[in-house]
Structures are given as structure tokens and as C-alpha cells.
Write a new protein. Structure first.
Length: 145
């Protein structure tokens, strides 16, 4: 199981927030939540208790300007103002989804390699996001695309 802790270190104002030290189990959403936490104010801690290699997306988010440091099974995420588009490589299904989210919220172009990982769980995901207003293009569509 993955635990995600949210910490609030400053003025909250009108912004939504989660109370200090709240822990939520999030085995299947860890990578996607980490992407969103990259833009959250303050610090968040994600502790992976089941799959130690489940942080394969961290180097890719760092390439995009995220501020994440690993301490054993825990990733400490400090929010940044923006992510920047960059070339990234998908390592698994959940990391692929997280990198798509990161690319959508980043300034500039993001190009993801090894997209076959995303195809294992999300059929024609680019069409679904494009229907919502995204601009995602599959550069070398496979035979089933």
C-alpha cells in the first residue's frame, strides 16, 4: 500500500488544502497524485510500502522541473510554480498516465517515448483527452491505432 501525506506549511487563504498529516491510501493513483502534487503549495510525502520500484516516474518529473527528493521508500514533493515540457520516457502504465498529466499541465511541448505502456490500460487515451480540449498527437501510430 502507498501512503500519501499532505502537509500545509503556510497561509491557505482561499486555496483548497488538506490538513497537516492526513494520510490516504493510494496504491493505483500514486504516480498521478505525485504529478498533481508537483504544483501544490508546500510539501507532500509519498511513501511506497508495496512496490519499491514504483517511483520510476520521478526522474522524468524532475526533467520537467519538479522538485522531488527520495528518502528510502518516501518521495518528498515540494510544489513548484510550473512544469516545463521535456522529452520523457514511460516506464509502466501508471507512470505513463502521470506523465501525460504532467505534459498537459506543463508549459511547452512534452514528447513521451515507450507509449506502449499506456496502451495496455488506456485505449486511445489521446482521443479521450483531445475531446476535452487537449492537444495530444501520436507520432508513430501502431497497427491498432
Amino acid at each position: 500500500m502507498t501512503d500519501i501525506e499532505f502537509f500545509d506549511f503556510g497561509n491557505v487563504g482561499d486555496e483548497p488544502h488538506i490538513a497537516v498529516g492526513q494520510t490516504v491510501p493510494a496504491v493505483n493513483l500514486q504516480a498521478q497524485l505525485m504529478t498533481l502534487l508537483c504544483l501544490a503549495d508546500g510539501n507532500s510525502a509519498i511513501t511506497e510500502k508495496v512496490f519499491p520500484d514504483r517511483f520510476m516516474h520521478v526522474p522524468e518529473l524532475l526533467r520537467m522541473g519538479a522538485n522531488i527528493r527520495k528518502e528510502g521508500p518516501t518521495a518528498i514533493v515540494t510544489g513548484v510554480k510550473r512544469l516545463i515540457g521535456a522529452p520523457v520516457m514511460a516506464s509502466d502504465l501508471r507512470a505513463s498516465a502521470a506523465l501525460i498529466l504532467a505534459g498537459l499541465i506543463a508549459k511547452g511541448k512534452t514528447r513521451m517515448q515507450r507509449v506502449y505502456h499506456i496502451d495496455r490500460g488506456y485505449e486511445r487515451i489521446e482521443e479521450r483527452f483531445n475531446a476535452l480540449g487537449a492537444d495530444i498527437r501520436r507520432m508513430n501510430p501502431g497497427p491498432n491505432q
